[in-house]
Write a protein that binds this ligand. Structure first.
Ligand code: PHE
Ligand code: ZN
Length: 879
């Protein structure tokens, strides 16, 4: 608990560690009323440190210190100082052995950092600064040590004892206890340490690496989840193969383990050789997991596995470099997912998240660069900017260098820095050195926050047959940063002729080469490009594949958008044109009369989409999704959420009425025949028929209702069951909704992952998730204030997805959220700080809303004993 005002930590204050740790020997004695941790460190002064007489300072948090010994001699209390958050020893030799014994209480650890208990098992979470909750240690990623870990526990309750590396010894102890010792041959920072003890079933498989080594693959889960491991195991094997083939990276230990735990703050964690997953991000079966969950699991399993190289073998020097491992690893997992499924659809999904949530973050009070310059609490910096914008930055390097040079750069990076803790600058330098390209201006992407705005204008000179395209860039101010310099932006584009064919792009400079797509490089505040040899004004297809994380402003006409929607050879830009058109139509209806006309050309465009069986069905399924409310809010100034909600729903209903016959046909056409499969084609079919169903229920279609009820009962998979449930929940058929929800709950009440989905489908619905309903969900026996997934599926889904209900003009949604944040601040500050996010965007909304949002924030600010996590978020958003 905080006693003084939280301190800001600056990148510019970085100093190398004064002491290095060569080896760590840990012994955990695990009991029901606590755990005793014996830690023996081999320490020495760092020859690179300028501070030759620095005292030894070890980090600690919530530890009960039992004893300290130096080179075997017990220290008297006057020889050291226990400051609570630090153990300080003033005089130590240049090289010595330190033994520290601490007592901790995992059973009372609700923050879920360090060692804690989840459903009867012990587990750890050490990133970013959780290891200091286990024992005193230099808890910073540039201190890398070899770990040997002995775990002792009651054998019946905890038959499985796991840590990093290889198990080297095991045996029986007195009183029904046993032990296992693990040794990790790779030096690692303490944030990659992990321990698990529990009564778990083991699922085994194996993988033969490219050099012929056999790796033992093991998954550990609670017995009731034994049948939900296949998909993760399969994803793991595909990830291992892919990383060999695409990046030349082979796995390095003999064992690779995955553990599923129910209580987890984040998605998963890449601990060396022992990845720990939030159950919802790893367990799946056809009956219990949706297609979305299957895809998410595949991506997260790959992400954590890929960290073994991008994160573990080469790690971060300090937490300001977090995007070094996260941006690169998200890029790698996105490439992997693209290879496993539909690349266009994967790109659409990633860009949707980026433009909706990361752009919002980047224009709000918490905006920060991909490499932040300061922070108060590092767990607040596991953000969309570090992960998703960080990915885009790596992707742009890939675009600028091309795949071959990028691979050379990545090989050089891994070779040069294997076993080191490095910076984003080291990454960029490896890319430069391998390719010979100068990325000095490009580095601004790491330093400057804010989403660049590209303003594009064009003119056609009929006399000369020249099309002139002018692109101006500007970067908005963000907290602490003004007057930004132009960045180096790869801008992919194509030009289309009147009949839709791609035109040769003949730039003045090199008429010899005229491809139909180019990546222009923007480096100045303004550029004008001239395209020659054209006989009419072309339609530009701008920023193809979303080649940079920027906003593009161009005065598109609805004709142009319709044209691109049906002709652009770039699937991503086809989708994007459809989104822009739909945004334009919805925006024009915000605040309009109830019977205002919906653009007939939009209806006709959707009619051809719903009936199109030639185009890639996965793309069609995506193109049918209207832009989300959250995205429309992000694009708005002084957003009036209920008005936006109403306009969007009016368009949806209008489309559903106009296209009723086509929707029914689409539903029938896409009915499953044959066995359930998780292929892009099958996923697209399910997505199309469930979209058709949802739209039909929006207009209270009786036929749709019958179809939904039978689909809900007969489905052989969760995607269809959930599709039908969601459609019913969002319909006006109140009795069916109630009945469907009850039946669903009764069938799946024993499965936490399904109950979470059941909570969120209600909490995210404006029909079933008004505030009184939400309060009832919080009283439901399956709700649990200690379980982050449950909190996210009710409180998070309400504030993040049920936007019209959350932004109730009476302010009740804001008050509710403030109450829950205050309540969670004591038990789990990390989760509390994340839940505040929707309130931090108060400046985005119309005055009637923003004033009340601000008051809710002020109420949180004034809570007594506010955690550092929530303090930072609330103070920055009120600044
Ligand atoms: N490093 C994890 C990942 O992205 C995320 C994480 C961060 C998990 C902090 C737990 C705590 O793979
Ligand atoms: Zn990661």
């Amino acid at each position: 608990m905080r006693t003084s005002q939280p301190q800001t930590i600056y990148l510019s204050d970085y100093k190398v560690p004064a002491y290095l740790v060569d080896t760590v020997e840990l012994t955990f004695e695990l009991f029901e009323d606590g755990a005793r941790v014996h830690s023996t460190l081999e320490l020495r002064r760092n020859p690179e440190s300028a501070d030759v007489s620095a005292p030894l300072e070890l980090d600690g948090d919530s530890l009960k210190l039992e004893s300290v010994a130096l080179d075997g001699a017990k220290l008297a209390a006057s020889d050291y100082e226990d400051r609570g958050d630090q153990l300080v020893i003033r005089s130590v030799p240049d090289q010595f052995r330190l033994t520290v014994v601490t007592w901790i209480e995992p059973q009372n650890n609700t923050r879920l950092e360090g060692l804690y208990k989840s459903s009867g098992m012990f587990c750890t979470q050490c990133e970013a600064e959780g290891f200091r909750c286990i024992t005193f240690f230099p808890d910073r990623p540039d201190v890398m040590a070899r770990f040997r870990t002995r775990i002792e526990a009651n054998k019946e309750a905890y038959p499985i004892l796991l840590s990093n590396g290889n198990d080297v010894e095991k045996g029986e102890l007195e009183n029904g206890r046993h032990f296992v010792t693990w040794e990790d041959p790779f030096p690692k920072p303490c944030y990659l340490f992990a321990l698990v003890a529990g009564d778990l079933v083991e699922k085994r498989d194996s993988f033969t690496t490219c050099s012929g080594r056999d790796i033992d693959l093991r998954m550990y889960v609670e017995p009731r989840n034994a049948e939900k491991c296949d998909h993760a195991m399969d994803s793991l094997k595909r990830s291992m193969r892919w990383d060999e083939e695409v990046y030349g990276r082979e796995y390095d230990l003999d064992i690779f383990m995955i553990v599923a735990v129910d209580d987890f703050n984040m998605g998963a964690m890449e601990n060396k050789g022992l990845n720990i997953f939030n159950s919802s991000c790893v367990l799946a079966s056809q009956e219990t997991a949706t297609d979305l969950a299957f895809q998410r699991i595949e991506a997260i399993v790959a992400h954590e596995y890929f960290h073994n190289w991008s994160g573990n073998r080469v790690t971060c020097r300090d937490w300001f470099q977090l995007s070094l491992k996260e941006g690169f690893t998200v890029f790698r997992d996105a490439q992997f997912s693209a290879d496993m499924g539909s690349p266009t659809v994967k790109r659409i999904e990633d860009v949707t998240l980026l433009r909706t949530a990361q752009f919002a973050e980047d224009s709000g009070p918490m905006a920060h660069p991909v490499r932040p310059a300061s922070y108060m609490e590092i767990t607040n910096f596991y953000t969309l900017t570090i992960y998703e914008k960080g990915e885009e930055v790596v992707r742009m390097i890939h675009t600028l260098l091309g795949p071959d040079m990028f691979r050379k750069g990545s090989d050089l990076y891994f070779e040069r820095h294997d076993g080191q803790a490095v910076t984003t600058d080291d990454f960029v330098r490896a890319m430069e050195d391998a390719s010979g390209r100068d990325l000095s201006q490009f580095r601004l992407w790491y330093e400057q926050a804010g989403t660049p705005v590209l303003t594009v204008s064009d003119e056609f000179d009929a006399g000369q047959g020249v099309y002139r395209l002018t692109i101006e860039q500007s970067i908005p101010d963000t907290p602490g940063q003004t007057n930004k310099k132009p960045q180096h932006i790869p801008f992919a584009l194509g030009l289309l002729g009147q009949d839709g064919q791609p035109l040769a792009l003949q730039l003045e400079a090199d008429a010899s080469e005229s491809p139909i797509e180019r990546v222009l490089e923007l480096t100045d505040a303004s550029h004008t490009f001239e395209f020659h040899g054209l006989d009419a004004k072309p339609v530009p297809s701008l920023l193809r594949h979303f080649s940079a994380p920027v906003r593009v402003r161009y005065p598109w006409t609805r004709e142009q958008l319709l044209f691109l929607m049906s002709h652009d050879p770039d699937g991503f830009n086809r989708w994007d044109a459809g989104q822009r058109l739909a945004v334009d139509v919805i925006q024009s209806l915000v605040g309009a009369a109830d019977d205002a006309e919906v653009e007939p050309r939009l209806i006709e465009a959707y009619r051809s989409l719903v009936s199109d069986t030639d185009l890639d069905q996965a793309l069609v399924a995506k193109m049918l999704q209207l832009p989300s409310e959250a995205y429309l809010i992000e694009l708005a100034e002084n957003a009036d959420v209920p008005a936006i909600h109403q306009a969007r729903e009016a368009v949806l209903k209008c489309l559903a009425h106009a296209l009723r016959d086509e929707l029914l046909a689409c539903y029938q056409r896409n009915l499953e025949t044959g066995a359930y499969e998780v292929t892009p084609e099958a996923i697209a079919r399910r997505s199309l028929r469930n979209t058709a169903l949802a739209w039909l229920l929006m207009i209270n279609d009786e036929k749709g209702r019958t179809m939904a009820v039978s689909q809900m009962n007969d489905a052989d998979n969760m995607t269809d069951r959930m599709g039908a449930l969601r459609a019913l929940v969002n319909s006006d058929y109140e009795d069916d909704r109630r009945q469907a929800l009850d039946e669903f709950y009764n069938s799946f009440r024993d499965d936490p992952q399904v109950v979470e989905q059941w909570f969120s489908v209600q909490a995210a619905s404006d029909r079933a998730g008004q505030l009184p309903d939400i309060r009832k969900l919080l009283e439901h026996p399956a709700f649990d204030w200690k379980n982050p997934n449950k909190i996210r599926s009710v409180v998070g889904a309400f504030a993040g997805q049920n936007l019209a209900a959350f932004h109730n003009p009476d302010g009740s949604g804001y008050d509710f959220l403030a109450d829950q944040v205050c309540r969670l601040d004591d038990s789990n500050p990390q989760i509390a700080a994340r839940l505040v996010t929707p309130l931090t965007r108060w400046q985005k909304f119309a005055p009637a809303y923003s004033g009340q949002m601000k008051s809710a924030l002020e109420r949180i600010r004034d809570k007594e004993g506010l955690s550092r996590d929530v303090y930072e978020v609330v103070h920055k958003s009120l600044a």
